[in-house]
Design a protein around this ligand. Structure first.
Ligand SMILES: NC(=O)c1ccc[n+]([C@@H]2O[C@H](COP(=O)([O-])OP(=O)(O)OC[C@H]3O[C@@H](n4cnc5c(N)ncnc54)[C@H](O)[C@@H]3O)[C@@H](O)[C@H]2O)c1
Length: 390
């Protein structure tokens, strides 16, 4: 077993998700060596809370550390590909957050969601991903894609069933919707690479692509993506300021609604829905309809614990549900959320992949296909046509 020694780039929200995931892993010797962020105060907080040994603001010096053999990239998406390329060339294995990449515009390019043709965006992201794929092949290092939906416990169970029965999945439907991100950068294409589709739809899309791969492997079939048809829109544009009051999404040049149909090369389909305007708490699910089974993966909310409160006394530090402004009335509480949503399983798989020198369940192909489908979807929605994917 190889020792796993981790350097993490980025000390924001996702670094804490990963930190909690690492904390839950037992039985694999690993060290959280360095946490790197331009904001060293933030990095210091993550060091203290999760037990990293040192802090730096210099990514290159972390790469120069010969002990570190895994770089965990949890920086904003525009940095993922350049940071991954550098890490691979420095001989490190890479864990990378979602989305793998996107189109963020060239220097000085503003308002790109309104002005840049989607076909130019598609070409640009494919070029970046192909460059990364070449570097991966040259270096022979591992790329682990931190898509927690792959490791969500209901999705893992659905995969076990599909593999055991060698089912043919005919149609899947997956959704991640919420009342919008409160982050101001979520409304700007040049910061996020798109809107709700790339921020949230990416999760169920990757989960479904992974399930289709599981089917293909179990049946000994070669199944790829044939085409993409999509519709996107900015539905909140119709609201007055007052009517907008419960919805956090403030899209400037991005979509707040997307529906994307992928047709696979065997003629079967999957539908991804993403919206930034859904009240009632975060909605995450994947439904699988196969020739011999129907499976509903309820990721959030689940139905393990229902809670009812007339007041919130004593509940200040009790986490009940995401994206709900109040704990009053009936709620479906989030229980073991980090396990059910896949964060613990994800980090465990990545540590094992490096320690035992094997592929992670969520690797480069899922990351690549997801971004390819998303940008093909943007082309489809803007040009009103089916886009063939090669
Ligand atoms: N899987 C999930 O559920 C999930 C949830 C949230 C975020 N994410 C993903 O995680 C990534 C990070 O998101 P976040 O919410 O943590 O963002 P964040 O803004 O909270 O954190 C990003 C951090 O990166 C740091 N950073 C920026 N440039 C840097 C550089 N050159 N060197 C070192 N540090 C640098 C910033 O200072 C910031 O602290 C994104 O790709 C996002 O899509 C995934």
């Amino acid at each position: 077993m190889k020792p796993v020694i981790i350097g993490t780039a980025g000390a924001g929200y996702a670094a804490r998700l990963h930190g909690n995931g690492y904390k839950a892993v037992t039985g694999i010797p690993f060290r959280l060596k360095t946490i790197c962020d331009l904001n060293t105060e933030l990095a210091e907080g993550v060091r203290r809370d999760f037990g990293y040994e040192s802090v730096t603001s210099d990514y290159d010096s972390m790469l120069a550390d010969p002990e570190i053999n895994v770089i965990d990239i949890v920086t904003p998406p525009f940095l993922h590909v350049p940071m991954a390329v550098k890490a691979l060339r420095a001989g490190k294995n890479v864990i990378c957050e979602k989305p793998l990449t996107g189109y963020f515009g060239r220097k000085g390019e503003e308002d790109i969601g309104h002005t840049t043709p989607r076909s130019a965006m598609y070409e640009s992201v494919m070029a970046a991903m192909n460059e990364l794929r070449d570097v991966l092949r040259e270096t022979g290092k591992r790329f682990m894609y931190a898509e927690n939906f792959v490791y969500a416990t209901p999705v893992q169970k659905a995969a076990e069933i599909i593999r055991a029965k060698r089912s043919k999945i005919l149609f899947m439907k997956g959704e991640e919707s919420l009342k919008g991100s409160s982050s101001p950068v979520a409304g700007k294409w040049n910061r996020t690479g798109g809107g709700t589709l790339i921020r949230t739809g990416t999760h169920p899309l990757s989960g479904m692509l992974w399930l289709k791969h599981q089917e293909a492997k179990a049946r000994g079939e070669d199944i790829g993506i044939a085409s993409v048809v999509a519709d996107t829109g900015t539905t909140t544009a119709s609201l007055t300021d007052y009517e907008h009051r419960h919805i956090s999404a403030r899209p400037e040049d991005v979509e707040d609604y997307a529906a994307v149909t992928v047709t696979f090369t065997d003629g079967t389909k999957c539908l991804t829905i993403a919206s930034d305007t859904v009240l009632g708490g975060t909605k995450n699910y994947i439904e699988v309809y196969a020739n011999d089974t129907a499976l509903t993966c309820n990721i959030t909310p689940t139905d393990i614990l229902s809670t009812y409160f007339l007041d919130e006394d004593g509940l200040d530090d009790v986490y009940i549900a995401e994206m709900l402004p109040s704990k009053l009335g009936w709620n479906k509480a989030f229980v073991s959320d980090e396990v059910i949503r896949g964060y613990s399983g994800e980090l465990r798989d990545f540590l094992e992949a490096v320690a035992y020198d094997r592929e992670a369940e969520s690797g480069f192909d899922i990351a690549y296909e997801t971004v390819q489908v998303i940008y093909a979807a943007y082309v489809s929605a803007s040009e009103g046509r089916r886009v063939d994917v090669k």
